[in-house]
Write a protein of this length. Structure first.
Length: 551
């Protein structure tokens, strides 16, 4: 029923399976000394499980205090933060910067191997959400998804072009490719972020030539499918989250089933899809937030395929701070709450996720609505460690005042037709706005440890088999924590903040921790309003790759 909502070489064995995300399932039962493999980071999640976990353990809890900055690479002519994840394979690092530039550097030195700028002088620059969101590597090919709908494959080592296609005509206002590609065997899977009048789409392309094999229409205007999901090899199912419909703030009130600009539940929005990546067939679906109006969608968080006591589950953090635990048929098993300040619903059934009472919008204003549109899970993906059995996720405690557009005032309505109103970031009632990194049981939400931050870190979280968790913040701080206790083992501070991907890879026989630095105040205006210095609008942006290793 569908619902929406050593007698062998261990290194060789694990490397055979790492591309399909199966090898790391073994880690929880293996002793630390023999955990190996996974030296590459092939997509935004590292592998297809969605874990953001590295099996490398040269850098570990006993020696991380000796870790030093090994090299820094600064891309040319870049004034924006690097929003996409670096990827790594065979000792090479690939990443992309604003206006569709690709860089490939040596993982041991940061020396540029090759570089290309995709956007030519006649290509219109997309004014909304400019910049590349990431790449993917598979079998020696580097796959790129450009904001303007262009998808390309290169030879990773040499930079030669293998194929180049467009998903829509040049200059089209259909939308953007706002997320990195995901490779599942011989398919390139890419989701779109449409403009307000268009439907979001998911594409399945042939890795050999870019030919379109299938396309899924998400049916509701504005619904995006940006961040790649997780793939379960055993069932052949790819799980993918979807975004909110437009206009985001809908004034239909409690009569949303029949009123407003998008009446009804808005099928396929703010939920999870389980699909066949080879045919595009939707096998399962579950809508986490029917008729979503608070900008708390399901498209921007990771999906985690996890085993527990012989059972296999999908754990998905919704942007709102609610975490949905599913069977692999997307039947909800449990919902738990990570953020203290959630009031867009007054109650939720913890076994089904059904709302008990919503705070729907009518014309006018809504005071103290929590969380802020950036979400209770505002940044890049968290991590799961199969060694500790814990999920590590940054949580934001912040709220907003909302004013809906007045239909009688067209000039106001035209200011942001996609949003449908305006909002002002606010701290929670009788509290300060803040962030915290939590280590929790992914099935129950039981908290094992927490670390407070004056502002929510936006960079991704990395867990490793060296019993480490890495977290980077907007002030330029990087910390290595003990995965089991949260105790700080090492830290470093840089001048520019972090809001990008953090990965681990192997090059020249050594493990590296790599992250992208750069804080673009235009993207994070709420930080200046809520937290002041050092997040004011005159703060310079400096983007770079920074790689750390043991001496």
């Amino acid at each position: 029923m569908k619902t929406f909502f050593s007698s062998f070489n261990l290194d060789v064995f694990l490397n055979v399976f790492r591309r399909i995300g199966v090898a790391s399932i073994l880690f929880a039962s293996l002793p630390n000394a023999v955990i190996a493999g996974n030296e590459d980071w092939l997509n935004v999640h590292g592998n297809l499980t969605g874990w953001h976990f590295s099996a490398l353990n040269e850098i570990n809890a006993t020696n991380v205090d000796r870790m030093k900055l090994a090299w820094t690479h600064e891309p040319e002519n870049t004034t924006e933060e690097i929003t996409g994840f670096p990827v790594a394979a065979n000792g090479l690092i690939a990443y992309c910067t604003g206006n569709d530039q690709i860089w490939v550097v040596e993982g041991a030195t940061g020396k540029v191997k090759w570089h290309t700028k995709i956007t030519d002088a006649n290509e219109p620059i997309v004014q909304i959400n400019t910049g590349c969101r990431g790449l993917a590597i598979d079998q020696g090919s580097l796959f790129f998804a450009g904001m303007s709908g262009r998808v390309m494959a290169f030879n990773l080592k040499e930079g030669t072009l293998r194929w180049d296609i467009r998903l829509w005509p040049k200059g089209s206002r259909k939308g953007t490719l706002n997320g990195p590609p995901l490779i599942v065997r011989d398919r390139v899977i890419i989701g779109t972020a449409p403009h307000s009048s268009e439907h979001g789409e998911l594409y399945g392309l042939d890795t050999k030539n870019g030919a379109e094999i299938w396309k899924i229409d998400l049916l509701t205007a504005g619904v995006s499918a940006s961040l790649p999901g997780a793939y379960d090899e055993r069932t052949g199912t790819l799980y993918w989250g979807t975004g909110s419909p437009y206009p985001l703030f809908d004034e239909a009130g409690s009569n949303f089933k029949t009123r407003g600009q998008r009446p009804g539940d808005n099928l396929y929005s703010a939920g999870m899809l389980g699909l066949d990546p080879f045919t595009g067939e939707i096998k399962y679906w579950h809508q986490e937030l029917p008729h979503e109006i608070w900008v708390q969608d399901s498209a921007q968080s990771e999906s985690l395929i996890i085993e527990r006591k012989g059972g296999r589950y999908l754990v998905h953090p919704n942007r709102s701070g609610l975490v949905f635990v599913y069977g692999l048929d997307l039947h909800p098993i449990r919902v738990w709450q990570a953020s203290k300040n959630i009031n867009f619903v007054k109650g939720i059934d913890k076994s089904t996720g059904a709302f008990k009472e919503r705070k729907d919008f009518n014309s006018g204003s809504q005071k103290g609505l929590c969380p802020l549109v950036e979400g209770a899970f505002p940044g890049l993906p968290g991590a799961f460690s199969p060694k500790t059995g814990l999920v590590y996720k940054v949580v934001a405690e912040w709220c907003m005042d909302v004013v809906l557009n007045d239909p009688a005032t067209p000039s106001l309505s035209l200011k942001n037709p996609d949003l449908g109103g305006s909002y002002t970031p606010m701290p929670p009632n009788n509290e300060r706005a803040r962030g915290h990194l939590d280590a929790r049981d992914p099935f129950t939400g039981s908290k094992v440890w927490t670390l407070d931050f004056p502002e929510p870190p936006l960079a991704s979280i990395l867990a490793t088999s060296g019993d480490l968790v890495f977290v980077a913040d907007g002030r330029g701080g990087l910390q290595a924590l003990h995965a089991g206790t949260g105790r700080k083992l090492w830290s470093d501070s840089q001048q520019s903040g972090y809001a990008g991907g953090v990965i681990s890879y192997e090059a020249g026989g050594h493990q590296y921790i790599l992250l992208t630095s750069g804080w673009d105040v235009r993207r994070h205006a709420s930080y200046a309003q809520l937290f002041g210095a050092p997040f004011y609008l005159d703060r310079p942006t400096s983007s770079a790759l920074k790689a750390y290793r043991l001496p």
